[in-house]
Design a protein around this ligand. Structure first.
Ligand code: BGC
Length: 745
């Protein structure tokens, strides 16, 4: 396999940066090398004496969480003018879904299934962040996330390796641009390497146990794709992977990342995760933690100071050798050269476009509109036609809350810039329709129902009630996990009360994760799942509600009926006793003293259906689409050939719309059992009313490969099924053969 190169860099550029790094390295003392490997915390506009001194002494390679541009410039000045070797600093910040202009949370953006939306969002975020002197962000988060209890699912791109890889690369491209040296490009960071999303019981920081085969087939592909796309850095995960915490996991960092993937960038630890190696019980003390992390190949330590405190001692004791440090430090210096920091370390904010300018807000609104998933729309409740309406009730704690709609990981965005649903609905309908607003609950967690009477009265008077409910932003994100993912507080009771009025209910949900909605589903007429939609959430939602925008988003993650079904994801294995409709018996229907083996004997629960509430890939539109006539370019291919799959896609409605058509495969027989379906392609197709188009997907043998029992990545001959449709339950399918000699890729 060829070595992975930084994005779009010529060999000469790579060599020259590496050469520059090498010659600088020759002049460095051990302490200065260790300095480059140390990242310190910023102090929000203040430079404490110890930090300034450490920079002067060459003991700091990077500062995180300083966004005041004058302070950043001063930090760079100290490094450039007052340290011996004049090495500029990397300035890191979590710009997860926007800097000032807040885009929808990453899980929402993933619902757009659009590389353009994701790339543009990251590009605008990078430009805004760069204007404050930030040159490095800790995104994309590409942990495969299959547990909605886990708060960090909000930051993820969902459950599927193919979708996550594709969108993760788009985000890297958006942050890094064509060249890291370009104005407005910042270094990206693929995190959290690896397996963090499998935290047991969806509790953050918890143990992960992932068999190597599953790790390679499911959790690692997005990281490999990001490495191949030239992501500048990786971050090691907090979590314990199969007994060895990632930040001390030599196999992961050396064998896989360097040995197999030849990744040239550097790895930063997660916050304090090197010191935590002893808390995990992997090491006895901080000195051993530093040794374990360096040996594993963690190039820079975030926040904790075990490198700063013990690395020199470890070198003197011959436990760590200098050649090893040189490789690590040269990776860090190389990035600083690539970013052009040696020639221009300072930031001139006036030379950047204005923060939150019109084009950024427009892009954020478009991203939000493309991220809202229409889950239910009985009797075409939506779109609402302003012609027939006299009054609308807008109810709920999230209807007019500019802060909560921003979602998790918003350090720099401000509620004052948000446009809420209430504001946007008022603007959309003009003067002729009355809007009756009632918050009904103080927060999404409130149980005080004293305002329910008012909410019910307002709903009664109205032609339609728009309920804006969900989760506040603090209920998802890092360390914000839930064991029960129903709508919190008394929101379900609120829905029940409003439902009794008989007024049609449009439920808009803002949340950082899939919630369990089975109970409330029958009580509402329409559900628009807006996730946390960001600064421009209000207008984006209003445009969908009133039909200015036809929704097209699709779920990047499965919605379970209840938490007992978790883990529930579409790419499950078939099992030896798969659940079927005929084998399914609900416990309420079991006769008394039924014999032990009289039930279906299949992989089901007795108290809930085995299917999800909403499957991966699902999302309605105001248009309706039909798939027909699946055709293959050939009934069989060899290892050298590709396969074209075409279907006729028709918009069977009188509304123009976009459909995200999805291609899945199933490898029917393999030496390692394969999932019942695997996404291998998708495309957005624009269709006017009544229009038909033949759409074509191409499969290569690479798409059929998987890691086998010997952890070889290869395809096996045999029969494959291929499915095309509007979600993972796509039924339209046919079969083809892969023939010829097996080819080790
Ligand atoms: C998170 C990372 C984040 C880092 C820096 C950690 O707690 O796990 O995702 O980038 O903090 O803020």
């Amino acid at each position: 396999m060829s070595a992975i190169k930084p994005a779009l860099m010529s060999d000469e550029a790579i060599n020259s940066h590496a050469e520059l790094a090498k010659s600088l390295l020759k002049q460095m003392t051990i302490a200065e090398k260790i300095g480059q490997m140390s990242q310190f915390m910023g102090h929000e506009g203040v430079i404490p004496e110890y930090l300034s001194l450490a920079i002067k002494q060459g003991k700091v390679g990077s500062v995180l969480n300083e966004v005041d541009v004058d302070t950043v410039n001063e930090l760079q000045r100290i490094a450039i003018e007052e340290s011996r070797l004049r090495i500029p600093l990397l300035i890191g910040r979590d710009v997860i879904h926007g800097f000032k202009t807040i885009f929808p949370i990453p899980l929402a953006q993933a619902s757009s299934w659009s590389t353009e939306i994701i790339e543009q969002g990251a590009k605008i975020s990078a430009l805004e962040a760069a204007s404050s002197g930030i040159n490095w962000t800790f995104a994309p988060m590409i942990d495969i996330s299959r547990d909605p209890r886990w708060g960090r699912i909000a930051e993820s791109l969902g459950e599927d390796p193919f979708l996550c890889s594709t969108l993760g690369v788009a985000m890297v491209n958006g942050f890094q641009g064509d060249s890291l040296a370009n104005k407005g490009s910042i270094a990206a960071c693929a995190k959290h390497f690896a397996g963090y999303g499998a935290s047991e019981s969806g509790r953050d920081y918890n143990t992960t146990n992932i068999p190597e085969n599953e790790l390679r087939n499911v959790y690692l592909p997005p990281f490999k794709a990001a490495a191949e796309a030239g992501v500048a850095t990786f971050m090691s995960s907090f979590s314990d992977l199969n007994g060895v915490p990632a930040s001390g996991n030599e196999w992961l960092m050396q064998d896989i990342l360097r040995g197999e993937w030849h990744y040239p960038g550097f790895v930063v630890s997660d916050w304090d995760s090197i010191r935590q190696l002893s808390i995990h019980g992997l090491t006895a003390n901080d000195k051993d933690s530093a040794c374990a992390a360096v040996t594993a190949g963690i190039d820079m330590e975030m926040v904790s100071t075990t490198y700063h405190d013990y690395l020199e001692q470890l070198v003197n004791e011959d436990k760590v050798n200098v050649a090893q440090l040189d490789v690590m430090v040269s990776r860090i210096l190389t990035l600083k050269f690539e970013l052009g920091l040696f020639s221009n370390p300072y930031t001139e904010p006036a030379s950047y476009p204005q923060l939150l300018d019109d084009s950024s807000l427009k892009a954020a609104q478009n991203a939000a509109a493309k991220s809202c998933v229409l889950l239910k729309n009985d009797q075409q409740t939506l779109p609402l036609s302003t012609n027939g309406l006299n009054s609308i009730a807008v109810i709920g704690p999230l209807a007019d809350d500019g802060y909560e709609q921003l979602g998790t990981w918003v350090f720099d965005g401000e509620a004052k810039h948000s446009q809420t649903c209430l504001q946007a609905i008022k603007q959309s309908v003009g003067e002729n329709i009355e809007i009756h607003y009632c918050k009904a609950l103080e927060t999404t967690r409130s149980t005080n129902q004293q305002d329910f009477g008012e909410a019910v009265a307002k709903a009664k008077q109205a032609d339609v009630a728009i309920l804006v409910l969900g989760e506040e932003s603090i209920l998802s994100g890092e360390a914000h996990c839930r064991s029960n993912i129903d709508l919190p507080g008394s929101q379900e009771q609120l829905i029940a009360k409003i439902a009794q009025t008989g007024t049609p209910i449009v439920l808009v949900i803002m949340a950082g994760r899939p919630l369990t909605l089975e109970k409330i589903l029958p009580q509402v007429d329409a559900i628009l799942y807006a996730w946390h939609p960001g600064t421009m959430g209000g207008p984006a939602i209003a445009d969908i509600l009133f039909g200015k925008v036809n929704p097209s988003a699709k779920l990047p993650v499965t919605f379970p009926r209840n938490v007992g079904q978790i883990p529930l994801y579409y790419a499950q294995k078939h099992t030896g006793k798969p659940a079927t409709q005929t084998s399914f018996v609900h416990m309420n229907d079991i006769p008394n003293r039924a014999p032990q083996t009289s039930l279906g004997m299949a992989a089901t629960h007795l108290d809930t259906h085995f299917s999800p509430l909403f499957p991966f890939g699902f999302g309605l539109s105001y248009s309706t689409f039909e798939y027909a006539d699946i055709n293959l370019s050939s009934p069989a291919i060899t290892f050298e050939q590709t396969l074209q799959i075409s279907v006729t896609l028709t918009n069977t409605s009188d509304t123009a719309g976009d459909e995200i058509a999805q291609l899945y495969i199933r490898d029917l027989v393999a030496s390692v059992t394969r999932p019942i379906k695997e996404l291998k392609g998708f495309q957005t197709v624009q269709l006017s009313a009544g229009e038909s188009k033949i759409i074509t997907f191409t499969l290569t043998v690479q798409d059929l490969c998987f890691y086998d029992r010997k952890m070889q990545f290869r395809a096996e001959t045999g029969t494959f099924q291929v499915f095309v449709g509007s979600d993972c339950q796509a039924a339209l399918n046919c079969e083809f053969q892969l023939q010829g000699s097996t080819n080790e890729q």
